[in-house]
Design a protein around this ligand. Sequence first.
Ligand code: NAP
Length: 242
Amino acid sequence: MEKRRIALITGGSKGIGAAIAAALARDGFDIWLNYRSDHESASRVAAEVEKEGTSCLLLPFDVADGEAVKSALTPLLENDTPYAVVNNAGYAKDTIMAMMNEREWKGVLSVALDGFFFVTRLVLVNMLRKRQGRIVNIVSTSGQSGMPGQTNYSAAKAGLIGATKALAAEVAKRNILVNAVSPGFIETDMTHDLPKDRILPMIPLGRLGKPADVADVVSFLVSDKAAYITGQIIAVNGGTYM
Ligand code: NAP
């Protein structure tokens, strides 16, 4: 029997990552679910995934910690290679530039960029050998348009957009496709405390997005239907930035 494809999703204990795990489980992927600290939520996601008849391996580690990434993934990669990697782990620490401290700057950049680098590089070596794979990076409207109060986050996501395009060009000949999905305002913990009366007028479709709106696009990008798409930034933002 042919082995099931594996999808490694970072930051999957809640929000967009959890919705991606559920969607890819429905698509028939076995899931490797990374998260940082919320074991309880991650276990709930695993239960949802397993309901779809696929497996869910929980992998708690900090994507910005190269040694932690290596010790979690290296033993697994000796036997298996994820077909898809979704670099979704990320967080925002908003404040105006004049007030931003070095920890707020470096922390946000590190999870987005070092996290992408450490996780992707390890899996990529195997993908290159297999001559197949899909990498999807979750970026943000902030990385496309720039957002006041988010100099760190906008820089991190714009950096990841650049990395997406460079890597896509680099590995296309080996049949590895690299794209980014760029959400606007999505209903998760990250946006929970934002003032909705100020946000809604910025969204032509008149509502915040749902995690599933983003997950559906990721599901498409890792499917056989997206075999001729690489190096693209697909916005899922209700028209917020066109
Ligand atoms: P969320 O609900 O806050 O969830 C974030 C997830 O990332 C959690 O599973 C968290 O794990 C994990 N995480 C954070 N830092 C990590 C680290 N260093 N190592 C491993 N895992 C880490 O966030 P979300 O709204 O779903 O956002 C997911 C992605 O979409 C992020 O990259 C974000 O920038 C992007 N995005 C979100 C929006 C939005 O409106 N929500 C818009 C544009 C882009 P634990 O909780 O277990 O620690």
